[in-house]
Design a protein around this ligand. Structure first.
Ligand code: FES
Length: 134
């Protein structure tokens, strides 16, 4: 049976592991930390300041700031944009645990992973600005 690499004739370099909260996560060279975590089944890794709602990859393109992690002691990096490097040590947690101030653009009004019906219906009670109409 042909796999995805066969279909595009890709020959990726040997993979490596990063540490996410002390647990090894496999990485294909070139993957972002967010992609590696998602591939390992990690869907949320921090919570909002207010309400403690789960956050992980949402936009996947660096816009929503829902995917913040600490990498090698550097806080508030977007996992969806940060390329994984061998020996990276990633720590996750709530906004305060990642060392950020909570003012880094936590969208607050984005839906929880797997809950598309929740978009913007709470008036921003999670700390982000409310989505307002024209
Ligand atoms: S998932 Fe939106 S900024 Fe990373």
């Amino acid at each position: 049976m042909r796999g995805p690499y066969d279909l595009v004739r890709a020959r990726p370099e040997p993979g490596f592991e990063i540490s996410v909260d002390g647990v090894g996560v496999p990485v294909i060279p070139g993957q972002t930390i967010g992609a590696a975590m998602h591939g390992a089944g990690i869907r949320s890794w921090r919570t909002t300041r207010f309400g403690g709602r789960p956050r992980g990859l949402f936009c996947g393109i660096g816009v929503c700031f829902d995917c913040l992690v600490t990498v090698n002691g550097v806080p508030s990096l977007r996992a969806c944009l940060t390329e994984a490097r061998p020996e990276d040590r990633v720590t996750t947690g709530a906004a305060g645990d990642t060392g950020d101030t909570g003012d880094t653009g936590d969208s607050g009004d984005t839906a929880e992973i797997g809950d598309p019906g929740d978009l913007g219906d709470d008036g921003g009670s999670d700390g982000g600005g409310a989505v307002s109409g024209p």
